[in-house]
Design a protein around this ligand. Structure first.
Ligand SMILES: [Zn+2]
Length: 169
């Protein structure tokens, strides 16, 4: 089932998420729904808080469904390593229409559980490393806009406020 994606300004997107406990059928349904929602958007990543569930869980597929082997589900993920820096344009399904250049690690190693509860660790570079950092941020209540500084951030936040006031956000 495709779930509605919440937008910047919704409280759940701005609060740290809780660790996932038992991998119940409800969690499995949530994961299926998140994958379906990500592909339908389409997007390369989706974190549970974006569908209103404050749990430490995200899905990523930098091939956007073209290569089934690239789908990654991470439950209670954490960084093992982060190094280097890349600067690229970035967007978010929770902030449609906005993009900005964000500094991210060039390489990242993340470990966590897969949907079967097995520990796994994934080493990522380039777009996948960026996606990991972006989704990890969501679990800590940070949207990419929060990572911007100065006028760039001001302009986006002001435009979102305006859209919110006019009921079109
Ligand atoms: Zn996002």
């Amino acid at each position: 089932m495709i779930r509605p994606i919440l937008k910047y300004g919704e409280a759940v997107l701005h609060a740290p998420a809780q660790p996932v406990g038992e991998l119940t059928p409800e969690i499995q349904t949530l994961i299926d729904d998140m994958i379906e929602t990500m592909y339908a958007a389409p997007g390369i990543g989706l974190a549970a808080p974006q569908v209103g569930v404050s749990l430490r869980l995200f899905v990523v597929d930098v091939s956007v469904g073209r290569d089934a082997g690239q789908l990654i589900v991470f439950i209670n993920p954490e960084f093992v390593e982060r190094e280097g820096m890349q600067l690229e344009e970035e967007g978010c399904l929770s902030a449609p229409g906005f993009e900005a250049t964000v500094a991210r690690p060039a390489r990242a190693v993340v470990k966590g559980l897969d949907r079967n509860g097995q520990e796994r660790s994934v080493e990522a570079t380039g777009l996948l490393a960026r996606a990991f950092q972006h989704e990890m941020d969501h679990l800590d209540g940070t949207v990419f806009i929060d990572r911007l500084r100065g006028i760039k951030r001001e302009l986006i936040v002001r435009r979102i406020r305006k859209l919110t006031r006019s009921g079109s956000w």
